[in-house]
Design a protein. Structure first.
Length: 330
């Protein structure tokens, strides 16, 4: 088991190095760079920019060096914990991410926990009460949740709540608390604004988890070991918890690998529609502006979280499923 973990960590380091190269050079693929767009914007406003000023700006931003040297400099700073300076915001990348990280993680984690607490029991109920009225109702909800894009649901909720209830849904704070320091009143205001983002972000995940849990548990309930256990008089609840549910929940656990980056990035399109101050819109803006240090650092952060999440999901699967544990021991 220990050798397996060490091997996985070594592979993680190699993959992260490859991803750092890919992420950095993908950001450089579009024509031009941040400085080109910045100069064009200045000229559009009537500001005259001389060649000497352009050369000076390139040297200031480090864009006068070859691309591979820019990459090596960025990677070296990254390994020392320095994420660099954002061109667009003229602030350290660490500060920009830190401002939005707490709110992003709060929304995503609460949404994730609620998704599992709601979806897994419903999936178990639907599988154990197949073709009942409740199963049909949850199936309809599941298909509707999977078919409806989150950003569209956000737009519909914003329209309905504003038209019929007079609620202006958007952001996480009322205007008077947006730039106010943290206080009990600001926390209460945040809690008042949380339900809509949680409903919008969690709908698709809940619907998907219900469908997966139901399908996998139905497959397990038809297997011979379950039929044999029932014939021996084993209590139905004990049978479900001890065997089929532990195996059927494996696909849900395996998705944890993709959840960590999602927790940090948040639902980008939904965040833009509802004006949530999370990481996703910041990353999109950095990519559009070709702010290479901000975009590259955020892509690396999300990549690292994805790889770490895969390791965590593998460890959980080994702990829960004895078949996987036996294979690893061999």
């Amino acid at each position: 088991m220990l050798s397996y973990i060490i091997r996985r960590i070594f592979y993680m380091i190699v993959v992260l190095l490859v991803l750092s190269v890919v992420s950095f050079f993908i950001i450089q693929l579009p024509p031009g760079d941040f400085l080109t767009a910045f100069i064009e914007n200045m000229r559009a406003q009537g500001t005259v920019v001389s060649e000497e000023q352009i050369l000076s700006l390139k040297k200031y931003y480090g864009l006068d060096q070859p691309m591979y040297l820019q990459y090596l400099k960025w990677l070296g700073n990254l390994l020392q914990g320095d994420l660099g300076q954002s061109f667009q915001w003229n602030q350290p990348v660490t500060e920009l991410i830190k401002e939005r990280l707490a709110l992003t993680v709060t929304i995503s984690l609460i949404s994730l926990v609620l998704t599992y607490l709601i979806a897994i029991p419903i999936g178990i109920y639907s599988a154990t009460h197949q073709y009942s009225l409740g199963d049909y109702a949850f199936t309809v909800f599941g298909f509707m949740g999977l078919a409806t894009p989150n950003f569209l649901l956000a737009l519909v909720l914003m329209f309905v709540l504003y038209k019929y209830a007079g609620w202006s849904v958007g952001g996480l704070f009322s205007p008077e608390y947006v730039v106010a320091p943290w206080s009990l009143a600001k926390v209460v205001d945040l809690l008042k604004h949380l339900p809509i983002p949680l409903v919008v972000i969690g709908t698709a995940g809940t619907a998907w988890t219900i469908r997966v849990m139901r399908g996998c548990l139905l497959d397990e309930l038809k297997k011979q070991y379950v039929i044999t256990a029932r014939s021996k008089g084993l209590n139905e609840r004990s049978l479900l918890i001890k065997y089929p549910i532990r195996i059927a929940i494996n696909p849900v656990i395996s998705t944890i690998g993709g959840l960590l980056p999602t927790i940090i990035s948040g639902a980008t399109l939904t965040s833009i529609v509802i004006s949530l101050p999370t990481i996703g819109p910041l990353l999109l803006r950095a990519l559009r502006a070709q702010d290479m240090f901000l975009a590259g650092s955020m892509l690396m952060l999300l990549s690292a979280l994805g790889i770490i999440g895969n390791l965590i999901s593998d460890m959980l699967l080994v702990a829960i499923d004895p078949r996987i544990r036996f294979e690893n021991q061999e």
